[in-house]
Write a protein that binds this ligand. Structure first.
Ligand SMILES: Nc1ncnc2c1ncn2[C@@H]1O[C@H](COP(=O)(O)OP(=O)(O)O)[C@@H](O)[C@H]1O
Ligand SMILES: [Mg+2]
Length: 245
């Protein structure tokens, strides 16, 4: 068949059924495009800070090989569903939790969700208020977010214990953890607190899984600076930049 006729036939076939009449290379391009679009959607829905896709990875982790091994193994572990990274600030808990979430999304092409507990509860509270005030729309539905967090295959709840939740929000957090525990869904917690200082029901669920306690020196880089300006007259202002915690 002459080239011109072939192109015409291919054009007609595509009109009837997208995909029909495509060359092998075009099918591959389309598959690649769809895979990329799916990965982008997984990343957008994950709430993972985009910059950490490069910075907080297993590949950028230094030292503490045992901790790295525990986190790597946890992704494949069919037996354990809860992993808690505990220890003081700057020890790499958030780094490892984010690295696991990125690995889950990129390696498995499966959904992960990341939230600091405090902002998760804030978001729930905000939506709840708007929803009670009769604002419509999925973005104001607190149960939509809660449901997503309950069902997502991989959830990270960062900085557990730092939250100052209302009774309603704390009850929702409890409900979320309980749901994931009963349904054996992979969940990673990080906390600066000791287990005995966490809400008892959550501590109980957590201790059924793996608890990795990190210790040693903080690696948090001190990027801020403290500037003391000599105060010579009343209008002088002391400017203080604290290292961001
Ligand atoms: N072992 C490590 N290898 C590489 N970077 C690390 C390591 N531990 C901590 N960091 C880095 O130090 C900083 C603080 O770590 P972070 O994960 O926020 O600590 P935490 O959550 O325990 O307070 C981050 O920038 C993190 O990437
Ligand atoms: Mg942290």
């Amino acid at each position: 068949m002459p080239d011109g006729e072939m192109e015409e036939l291919s054009r007609i076939l595509r009109k009837i059924e997208p995909g029909l009449g495509e060359t092998e290379a075009e099918v591959e391009d389309e598959e690649e495009r769809q895979a990329r679009a799916r990965l982008e959607l997984l990343m957008t829905l994950s709430n993972l800070p985009p910059v950490t896709r490069n910075t907080c990875r297993f590949s950028t982790w230094e030292g503490r090989k045992r901790a790295l091994g525990v986190c790597r193994d946890f992704l494949e572990d069919p037996e354990h569903h809860f992993l808690t990274l505990a220890g003081g600030p700057g020890l790499g808990k958030t780094h490892l939790a984010l690295a696991m979430a990125w690995e889950w999304i990129e390696g498995r092409r499966s959904q992960a969700l990341y939230y600091q507990v405090e902002s998760f509860l804030d978001e729930l509270r905000c939506r709840y208020r708007r929803w009670q005030a009769d604002y419509e729309g999925w973005e104001n539905d607190p149960y939509g977010l809660l449901d997503f967090a309950k069902r997502v295959p991989f959830l990270v709840l960062d900085d557990l214990g730092a939250e100052k939740g209302t009774e309603w929000a704390v009850a929702k957090l409890d409900e979320l953890v309980d749901h994931r525990y009963l349904n054996r869904l992979k969940t990673v917690f990080t906390t600066n607190l000791r287990l005995e200082d966490l809400p008892p029901r959550i501590a109980d669920r957590i201790s059924s899984g793996i608890v990795l306690v990190l210790s040693g020196k903080s690696r948090r880089p001190v990027k801020g600076e403290v500037i003391h300006e000599a105060t010579t007259c009343k209008s002088d202002v002391e400017t203080r930049y604290e290292a961001s915690q």
